[in-house]
Design a protein around this ligand. Structure first.
Ligand SMILES: [Zn+2]
Length: 302
């Protein structure tokens, strides 16, 4: 990053207008006043100072400039916040890494295949006889249809090649499916469906992109929970299940509750605790904490 970039973005950004797109501001003398977006309050104690292009909350102590505001409001790194503001102002930044269109295209493709797989698993769960065991399990666990659909739950049928066939017909190659973690490869080079006879939990990133899957066996298959392997898109130790659904509520309450399993998170959301995420079986890792650290004051392990 170049120093220039920072100055150009700062010059092009009006903090009053920026903050005003998040909360209603009222003029108060030379400054502007509103309800703090970073803590819950009924009386405004959040001030924007146009002269210095800074803000300060007398309630929770939050303060800073436009980049600090976006970092906090959107849970972004400094670089990401700078990029967000640059985009808003129509400024092109000096690239931070050499552009790698090939890698970008590959990640996009993997996300696309995951999305297709998630849609197909969901179709199998709700619309086919194969999905019956999955529907029964959800019923036993008291997961209602609306919640199941918000989490885009699905079902992988008892088959070694049904997903393969479906995605191959949509133009996917076996190599791509192995790279996406949807297929495994035998010693003889042939490929097979990785997930079979399992309830499927699509794992999404903050933006709602499906990056991998968790899968619960319905029979006696081991392991009981099988996850996508590490892929260029998915790293379990750096992901939090349900983060896409929880983020807005985490921001508002400044608190996140971390449970262990997929089902725990789903039950919590269904029963009105939307700021719950799951660490997916492992102890909370430093990289998982980093996903929410800037957004919360409190991390509760449940
Ligand atoms: Zn505040």
């Amino acid at each position: 990053m170049q120093r220039d970039d920072l100055e150009r973005v700062r010059d092009a950004t009006d903090l009053v207008e920026l903050v005003g797109s998040y909360v209603a501001l009222r003029k108060a003398g030379k400054n502007f006043k509103g309800l703090c977006p970073f803590h819950q309050e009924k009386t405004p104690s959040f001030i924007v100072f146009p002269e210095t292009q800074t803000f300060h909350c007398f309630g929770c102590g939050a303060g800073g400039d436009a980049i600090g505001f976006v970092m906090r409001a959107e849970n972004l790194s400094f670089r990401e916040a700078l990029e967000r503001l640059a985009e808003r102002a129509g400024i092109t930044l000096t690239p931070s890494r050499p552009p790698d269109p090939e890698l970008d295209a590959r990640l996009l493709r993997l996300a696309e295949l995951n999305a297709l797989a998630a849609a197909w698993f969901s179709h199998v769960l709700w619309n086919t006889a194969h999905g019956e065991p999955g529907r029964r399990l959800l019923e036993q666990r008291g997961v209602d249809r609306d919640t199941a659909e918000r989490f885009q739950l699905g079902f992988a049928p008892e088959s070694w090649d049904t997903l393969l066939g479906h995605l191959t017909r949509q133009g996917a190659t076996p190599d791509e499916l192995v790279e996406a973690g949807l297929a495994g490869r035998r010693d003889d080079g042939s490929v097979y469906d990785r997930f079979r006879y399992r309830l499927m939990f699509p794992i999404r990133d903050r933006d709602g992109r499906v990056i991998g899957f968790g899968a619960r066996a319905l029979g006696d298959a081991q392991p009981k929970y099988l996850n996508s392997p590490q892929t260029p898109l998915f790293d379990k130790s750096a992901s939090l299940y349900a983060i896409d659904l929880a983020l807005e509520h985490i921001r508002r309450t400044r608190e996140v509750i971390v449970v262990e399993g997929y089902m725990d998170a789903i039950a919590a959301h269904q029963f009105g605790y939307p700021n719950v995420v799951a660490s997916m079986g492992t102890a909370l890792t430093e990289r998982q904490v980093r996903l929410v650290r800037r957004t919360v004051d409190r991390i509760v392990l449940a």
